[in-house]
Design a protein around this ligand. Structure first.
Ligand code: SAM
Ligand code: DTB
Ligand code: SF4
Length: 331
């Protein structure tokens, strides 16, 4: 196993990211094989438990109320409905269910009590339960942990410098604080970003530096390609090049060898060949099912066909170790 580092510099990350593509893929694939069974891919399934009508101004997001996108808003889903979807996801091979709510933050109200019940019920299915509900206090994180939540997703999305160009209704520090609250409650952390927002390579590197220098690396890092949605300020962004996705995934794999790297949004625009490069570069998780939160995703049968072609298989639940920092002095 590769020792973990928490002292990466911008210069080092830049050198990794910018090296010739095939060298980068080879380096990442080597580290991947030293640390993971590269043939096992973890499947997560998203359930949008509360859709649209969000107060925030995240310029990529179809669920922000202010942007007049074409999505169907929906108030908090019933427990039975969530449970039914989670059971179907498990039967289809998912080892993790991620419940997403279009909220700025969690409030201590009846809706949160209902989510606590959902976490308990889905946890009883013996599947990893993840939630992404916006900002959390430490106490709220603890309630979720006590209910059996396994992971909390809270993406940094981009660099600190670029953040204010993308979102103005909260700060980067707010984001980091919620991640700390999840950590303090002993939840595993899922945090990554989006490429294709108009960021520079320097922004991508700065974001990866923050994630990879956390005292404990996030146990999972989703790498999303922007899904440009009509009505959002980023609707006309050019399509992300697959090679940028590959570079991002490979660099993430090299910096955080034991983390689950998730090839997340954007797969409908990618061929099997494109995705094969991402798996080769160290991706070992996907979101499966026809829909992400509000936008389309490849169908399960297409994904199973892809797994068969590439010799991949879905991984069972609860197989990741929490990633504990090594003695960083050895570097
Ligand atoms: N409201 C909560 C929050 O912002 O943390 C949870 C849900 S939010 C939709 C979760 C993540 O989805 C965002 O942080 C962003 O990374 C991703 N996302 C949203 N819209 C996207 C898009 N159009 N393309 C790619 N990723 C997107
Ligand atoms: C993550 O990094 N990507 C997922 C999940 N975590 C919550 C969400 C992608 C959303 C894409 C746009 C949509 O479907 O609304
Ligand atoms: Fe709201 Fe989350 Fe979308 Fe931002 S990303 S608008 S916080 S749902």
């Amino acid at each position: 196993m590769t020792s973990l580092r928490h002292n990466w510099t911008n210069k080092e990350i830049n050198a990794i990211y910018q090296q010739p593509l095939l060298d980068l893929i080879y380096q990442a694939a080597t580290i991947h094989r030293e640390n993971k069974n590269y043939a096992e891919v973890q499947i997560s399934s998203l359930i949008s438990i509360k859709t649209g009508g969000c107060k925030e101004d995240c310029s990529y997001c179809p669920q922000a109320a202010r942007y007049h996108t074409n999505i169907e808003t929906q108030s908090l889903m019933s427990l039975d409905n969530v449970l039914d979807k989670a059971q179907k996801a498990k039967a289809a091979g998912a080892s993790r269910v991620c419940m997403g709510a279009a909220w700025r933050e969690v409030r201590d109200n009846r809706d949160f009590d209902r989510i606590i019940e959902m976490v308990k019920a889905v946890n009883n299915l013996d599947i990893e339960v993840c939630a992404t509900l916006g900002m959390l206090t430490e106490n709220q994180a603890q309630r979720l942990a006590d209910a059996g939540l396994y992971a909390y997703n809270h993406n940094l999305d981009t660099s600190e410098e670029n953040y204010k160009n993308i979102i103005t209704t909260r700060t980067y520090d707010d984001r980091l604080q919620t991640i700390n609250h999840a950590r303090k409650a002993n939840l595993t952390v899922c945090s990554g970003g989006i490429i294709g927002l108009g960021e520079t390579i320097g922004d991508r590197i700065s974001m990866l530096k923050i994630l990879s220098n956390m005292e404990i690396h996030p146990e999972s890092v989703p790498i999303n390609a922007l899904v440009p949605v009509k009505g959002t300020p980023l609707e006309n962004q050019p399509k992300v090049s697959v090679w940028d996705m590959v570079r991002m995934i490979a660099t993430t794999r090299i910096l955080m060898p034991q983390t689950v790297v998730r090839l997340s949004a954007g797969r409908t625009e990618m061929s099997v060949t494109d995705q094969a490069f991402c798996f080769m570069a160290g991706a070992n998780s996907i979101f499966a099912g026809d829909k992400l939160l509000t936008t389309p995703n490849p169908s399960l049968s297409e994904d199973m066909e892809m797994f068969a072609i590439l010799g991949l298989k879905p991984r069972e639940a609860f197989k990741i170790n929490k990633v504990v920092p090594n003695n960083i002095n050895q570097y």
